[in-house]
Design a protein around this ligand. Structure first.
Ligand SMILES: [Fe+2]
Length: 200
């Protein structure tokens, strides 16, 4: 997934949003998820509240097609506010906020591997229809090297643009003897191979 992202048009968007071509993938804040679609109450959250105020955005990629009302996916309330909203005790911004802006609720249709990018302020929600179908997704978090707090960079993969313009993995970090070491090394290797093989 990371190799494909580095090769895709979306990486330029990532760099633009980061304001830098030196980007660190914050693996500790990335997630591969499996969930069962169940009916969900109305609500939404901002990642600045429930993930980290330091991480500027998040990329969400479903590993299968997502069709609103049939398949659970990720939706958004647009336009986003410019500040952190007050929340209920569990971090949700509440049904009232969503109900008042229902015209701004956007639930995209995704093909497998499509992605959306939302900022830490963008209110978003998982759609739930009660179909009991499986949802598999990948969430990627990244930011400019220079902006990344130390505690978010372990484990991490560092990407930079080569002289010829291609983004490459230039460094990894994974301290201690955790099982993540092998994963990080393999991910970096696969990303590098994918890039040199030039697959799209
Ligand atoms: Fe989120």
């Amino acid at each position: 997934m990371i190799a494909l992202l580095l090769r895709s048009w979306a990486w330029k968007v990532v760099e633009t949003v980061c304001g830098s071509t030196d980007v660190v993938l914050l693996l500790a804040s990335c997630a591969a998820r499996h969930a069962i679609d169940k009916e969900l109450p109305i609500g939404a959250h901002q990642d600045c509240k429930v993930v980290s105020p330091d991480i500027p955005f998040s990329i969400w990629v479903p590993l299968h097609d997502v069709v609103p009302l049939r398949t659970s996916g990720l939706g958004f309330i647009v336009p986003p506010p410019s500040e952190m909203l007050p929340t209920l005790p569990h971090g949700d911004i509440g049904a009232d906020y969503v109900a008042e802006r229902v015209a701004g609720a956007w639930t995209p249709t995704y093909r497998a591997g499509d992605l959306t990018l939302h900022t830490k302020l963008s209110p978003h929600f998982t759609t739930g229809y009660g179909t009991r179908s499986d949802r598999y997704s990948f969430e990627i978090r990244a930011m400019a090297w220079t902006d990344a707090p130390e505690q978010l960079q372990d484990p991490a993969i560092y990407v930079r643009r080569r002289g010829d313009g291609a983004p490459v993995v230039v460094q990894t970090r994974c301290s201690g003897d955790t099982r993540a070491q092998a994963f990080v090394a393999k991910t970096a290797l696969l990303a590098a191979r994918g890039l040199s093989a030039g697959f799209a």
